[in-house]
Design a binder for this molecule. Structure first.
Ligand code: ATP
Ligand code: MG
Length: 407
């Protein structure tokens, strides 16, 4: 028997709605998917009739097909992924692959065939394909029922552009928009549960994300930096992060702690973090900052505190989790694959020089007064210059050397 031509079809919806942008979105999705299929035995990735076609090399196994199907479903912009086969427009071949596709599907009791013919130059119409392939499958699986309404398995047979595609496996993707279609953001990335999810949500809306992590070094160890690297590696598997800046701010926190009222320390740390993030964003050409805050989640995440941290910067600060319950954030973190890493203990700059009673309703006037004597503007440039940079594969981002001086 000739080798099977294994394929995945990648479906996307939202892109279809975008009118004139459609072509550039599709091009981005193709590029992102090509990058992520690199470790697999994949020959080509191209557009066909409102879908993307991923063609495997002959040596790819079903297991590899399933692994790629799972990986593709996690790529922003992907609504559904179907794993199956391509063949000639010959009924015999369609029949044989329909049996194979149902075998691949796993357990089922009922099935139907759903044929689609996008070119009428193929002599047999969809209804006839349904009947003929259905009859063949009925012979191959005599104890399974053909059911038109809500069958366990649907065998799709699509005749498109000179080939036929046959598949029964379909899994849901994460949806959203391809990374690169939404501009560039700088995301404040701790090793906690929330900020990786906030970053991922922005990537799912098409933003290219650059992380900035503040560690407590040299006042603490570097454990949070390692965790953030692990988190970034997970996010980068689906192209959701391009680069991470790591900025040790322990010494600056110490100076803040030495001069500011204890209750305001945390606010001042946060303002410093936002300012450094904004400086890095300017150097990168990013247009917004992102944090993982969720209203009221911890005592410090109040509207007053949000107002008094945002006041430190001009750039918009996006908070994709602001209205999300912790339980849903955790579910997302598990789905993305960062939860376990984030659950590990690390020495983070947040726990450094923590006051006993942090302010929960900071007043801007008091904050400004506390900051008055500190050379914050000077610090910001130095901290940004001293930050180390690590790059992750992200086809939507052009990795250049980070600039040291402000333009
Ligand atoms: P997370 O789970 O993301 O750590 P959190 O529940 O611990 O959040 P906070 O400590 O109040 O909440 O932090 C709020 C947000 O501030 C974080 O989501 C993150 O965006 C940013 N942030 C906090 N600490 C750091 C850090 N060390 N480096 C970079 N960003 C940070
Ligand atoms: Mg945290």
């Amino acid at each position: 028997m000739e080798p099977l031509n294994r394929i995945c079809l990648v479906h996307y919806h939202e892109i279809g709605l975008k009118g004139r942008n459609r072509a550039s979105f599709e091009t981005r999705l193709v590029r992102n998917i090509k990058a992520m299929t690199a470790p697999f035995h994949v020959g080509e990735v191209k557009r066909i009739s409102g879908r993307l076609l991923v063609v495997f090399k002959p040596e790819a196994s079903l297991e590899e097909g399933i692994a790629l199907e799972e990986a593709l479903s996690q790529v922003p912009g992907v609504a559904r992924v179907s794993c199956g086969y391509r063949c000639e427009r010959e009924l015999d071949q369609m029949n044989r692959l329909a049996v194979q596709a149902l075998d691949d599907f796993g357990a089922f009791e009922s099935f139907k065939v759903n044929a689609r013919r996008s070119h009428t130059d193929f002599a047999i119409d969809s209804m006839q394909i349904n009947q003929l392939v259905g009859a063949h499958l009925h012979e191959a699986f005599p104890d399974k029922a053909i059911r038109m309404k809500d069958p366990d398995a649907t065998v799709h047979v699509e005749v498109v552009q000179g080939s036929a595609y046959v598949y029964a496996r379909t899994i849901r993707g994460i949806g959203g928009l391809p990374v690169g279609s939404g501009g560039l953001v700088v995301s404040l990335l701790s090793s906690g549960i929330d900020s990786p999810v906030a970053t991922w949500r922005m990537a799912r809306r098409g933003a290219v994300c650059i992380g900035v992590h503040f560690s407590g070094r040299p006042q603490s160890d570097a454990s949070s930096e390692y965790l953030v690297d692990d988190i970034a590696q997970v996010l980068s598997r689906t192209g959701c992060i391009a680069r991470v800046y790591t900025a040790p701010i322990g010494d600056y926190q110490r100076q803040i702690a030495a001069s500011a009222p204890p209750a305001l320390r945390v606010i001042l740390y946060r303002r410093l973090m936002l300012r450094v993030a904004q400086e890095i964003a300017r150097r990168e050409g990013a247009k917004a900052l992102v944090t993982g805050e969720s209203l009221g989640q911890v005592a410090s995440q109040t509207l007053d505190n949000i107002a008094s941290t945002d006041q430190a910067v001009d750039m918009p600060v996006l908070r994709p989790l602001i209205g999300t319950d912790k339980i849903d954030i955790i579910a997302d973190a598990q789905r993305v694959g960062t939860f376990e890493i984030s659950s590990q203990d690390a020495q983070d700059c947040c726990t450094l020089f923590m006051p006993r009673n942090p302010e929960t309703h900071a007043k801007i006037a008091a904050v400004l007064k506390a900051e008055e004597g500190l050379p914050v503007d000077e610090w910001v440039g130095v901290i940004a210059d001293d930050a180390t940079v690590r790059d992750y594969p992200c086809p939507a981002y052009k990795h250049r050397r980070p600039s040291q001086t402000q333009e």
